[in-house]
Design a protein around this ligand. Structure first.
Ligand code: HEM
Length: 203
């Protein structure tokens, strides 16, 4: 990437935000979610139905992108954002509309802000009447997709943007340490890494 990482240049997302989004798409820390289904009529025998949303597989499916395996932050330049996804768009695509009300929650402390949700149920902020963009495309699924999608997506992306900005501005470099038998370090519900990563600050 070249130029100012925080200058969106009229696009929905800044270059840094696109970069972090692409990291999440290809790494997908949460590989899938399970939702229990409710029976619509008494079942003939005791059974339990579940829907699995495979986040990694969805994000890497060629049905959504022509080059899903490529690391390409610019793919989000053309992806739809939540404010564009209304009921008409859901019908056009053939996806079920989110069952939640589309009434925004207004902030009650005098600021002009609200939390809204798209036709698919994607949560997005509205500040001073301006909708903040959230990529509302099934090909970007590390935070799930649809009405149970992670409402913490925007916060998480921005935390990682801040982290990378700090790393870059402070000249921090990460190095693999030459440790014999490094201790296994759990860093997530299903991820364990070797505790052998250190960092130095460039002089
Ligand atoms: C690495 C960071 C994170 C990842 C990868 C992640 C991913 C996910 C995924 C995949 C889901 C399930 C979506 C589905 O069922 O289809 C989810 C749900 C949820 N996430 Fe996150 N999340 C992250 C951080 C956060 C943060 C920081 C918050 C809160 C500040 C948050 C709040 C929630 C909540 C409340 C739900 C449940 C939504 C619902 O069931 O309606 N998440 N998240």
């Amino acid at each position: 990437m070249e130029g100012n990482p925080d200058d969106a240049q009229g696009q929905a997302f800044t270059p840094l935000e696109r970069f972090v989004m692409e990291l999440f798409r290809v790494i997908s820390p949460n590989g899938g979610s399970i939702s229990a289904m409710e029976e619509v009529r008494p079942p003939p025998y005791e059974r339990h139905g579940y829907v699995v949303s495979p986040h990694t597989t969805t994000s890497l499916d060629p049905i959504h992108w022509t080059n899903p395996q490529a690391f390409d932050p610019d793919r989000y330049k053309a992806a739809p954002t939540s404010v564009e996804i209304d009921e008409a768009k859901c019908k056009e695509i053939g996806f079920a509309k989110c069952p939640f009300s589309s009434e925004p929650f207004e902030v009650k402390d005098g600021r002009k802000g609200a939390i809204d949700n798209s036709g698919f149920g994607t949560v997005f902020g509205v500040v001073d009447g301006k909708p903040l963009p959230v990529c509302d495309y099934a090909g970007f699924a590390p935070f799930g997709f649809g009405c149970r999608r992670c409402p913490g997506k925007q916060l998480t992306i921005q935390v990682f943007e801040d982290f990378l900005r700090k790393v870059w501005n402070s000249g921090i470099e990460f190095h693999k340490l030459d440790v014999v038998d490094p201790e296994p370090l759990p860093i997530g519900p299903t991820t364990v890494i070797a505790d052998n990563v250190g960092f130095v600050r460039r002089a």
